[in-house]
Design a protein around this ligand. Structure first.
Ligand SMILES: Cc1cc2nc3c(=O)[nH]c(=O)nc-3n(C[C@H](O)[C@H](O)[C@H](O)COP(=O)(O)OP(=O)(O)OC[C@H]3O[C@@H](n4cnc5c(N)ncnc54)[C@H](O)[C@@H]3O)c2cc1C
Length: 386
């Protein structure tokens, strides 16, 4: 990967800087639902400027940006302090998965409303007994005429309270295979309409106090056969496309967010806002230097990941390394912030208190650190399975 920008890339970067400077969103409201609507409006503004799906091909309404331009977009979004669009799951996960595996009818119906933020998505993979062990999925889909009848429970379903559609993985094969040696067979990937009868969303309150995710109960929900994505029994492969896009797609934004947080921390440690220049404390300085090195390594790793996508057309297992290092570094950062900010980082409602608590989930969401380490060991380094 050559990190020297071409004149076109530099021009794109300048275009983005100008646009973000002129279109800075206002501060988000405190209320969770209002904040979601605020991010939805922000996505519509991005869409109006052709920036909601920069990485989406032009045939699907995107800007058709190259991988490097997409990386520049996320870097500039982060640098401007702008939020991610409301429907990250639609834009980064569901959309790209449908582009690879979806039928023409599914693409025509579902892709445009992702871009313009009219309909949002959630991801119904995890179950009470199937998280890391995705092959243990027990939610059952049984064919009945032209429909599938689906019954089961999903959990930790982020954004289900706002979603119109769900990327749902259910077992269409032999239920006895769940968790067994053939567990990856017999899974099927569906698009579930969250307004279907039999769908119930119950909020789960996180340690931060906000109900960001939910339990999702499915009681004899009818899903038409036309909503199967990638063929019956092929759900494992389709879900892998979603998961790899999740890890690779967020890599750029997350490392830029990390840099922003670190810069804010350094400013405060250096005396801004009345912290008495604790950066002169060699222990604090040492910790901040370490965070700087990790953040810079993550930035370079995210760019390196582009090489794999260019080579294989899809994100590869290398994205797991970035996910693992990002979650570790972000958790380290918020702990250093708590040292620097003192009691402010422990007061309910303060932004750094939220960050401190929210970061606990980083090493679980999108696949736990242990699972990322297994993927790196087996699929990147080629080490034997234990
Ligand atoms: C903030 C947040 C948002 C989330 N959003 C979603 C969402 O929108 N949709 C969705 O489907 N899921 C979501 N999840 C769920 C997440 O994907 C799962 O929590 C995660 O995959 C782990 O599954 P589990 O909780 O069942 O833990 P388990 O799989 O039961 O793991 C328990 C522990 O055992 C370890 N472990 C398990 N297997 C192995 C192994 N083979 N080798 C080594 N260690 C192992 C794990 O690392 C972990 O420490 C979210 C989670 C969080 C925290």
């Amino acid at each position: 990967m050559d990190l020297t920008f071409t004149p076109e890339q530099t021009a794109f970067q300048e275009e983005l800087r100008t646009w973000f400077a002129a279109n800075r969103p206002t501060d988000p409201p405190d209320d969770e639902d209002a904040a979601y609507q605020w991010r939805r409006q922000w996505q519509k503004t991005l869409h109006g400027a052709g920036l909601a799906g920069v990485h989406w091909p032009k045939e699907y309404g995107g800007r058709g940006a190259t991988l490097s331009e997409t990386a520049i977009f996320f870097e500039e979004l982060g640098r401007a302090g702008a939020p991610l669009p409301a429907d990250v799951l639609g834009l980064l996960l569901a959309g790209p998965t449908l582009m690879v595996w979806g039928s023409q009818e599914q693409k025509d119906r579902l892709l445009p409303t992702i871009l313009d933020a009219e309909e949002s998505w959630c991801q119904g993979f995890s179950e009470p007994d199937a998280g890391s062990d995705f092959g243990a999925v027990k939610t059952r889909a049984v064919k009945d005429g032209d429909d599938w009848v689906v019954t089961g429970q999903k959990v930790w379903t982020s954004g289900a309270q706002y979603a119109k559609w769900c990327m749902l993985v259910a077992r269409t094969g032999d239920p006895a295979e769940a968790g067994g040696p053939a567990k990856h067979k017999g899974l099927t990937y569906f698009v579930l309409d969250m307004e279907s009868p039999g769908v119930e969303v119950r909020p789960l309150v996180q340690i931060t106090g906000s109900p960001e995710f939910n339990e999702l109960f499915l009681d004899e929900v009818r899903i038409p056969d036309s909503a199967v994505v990638g063929g019956v029994g092929n759900g494992w492969k389709v879900a892998l496309t979603t998961l790899m896009n999740e890890r690779a797609g967020l890599a750029f934004f997350l490392q830029v967010r990390l840099r922003q947080q670190l810069d804010a921390l350094v400013d405060r440690a250096a005396g801004a806002g009345g912290t008495d220049g604790v950066i002169d404390d060699p222990v604090v300085a040492d910790k901040i230097a370490d965070l700087h090195l990790r953040t810079e390594a993550l930035r370079l790793l995210a760019w390196k990941g582009l090489t794999a996508i260019e080579r294989y057309g899809q994100p590869g297992p290398e994205g797991s390394l970035g996910k693992w290092l990002w979650s570790e570094t972000n958790q380290q950062l918020v702990e250093v912030a708590a040292d620097v900010f003192g009691s402010e980082a422990l007061i309910d409602g303060e932004p750094w208190a939220y960050e401190l608590l929210r970061a606990r989930g980083n090493s679980i969401e999108g696949g736990t650190t242990e699972i990322q380490k297994n993927i790196v060991a087996e699929r990147v380094l080629g080490l034997p399975r234990v």
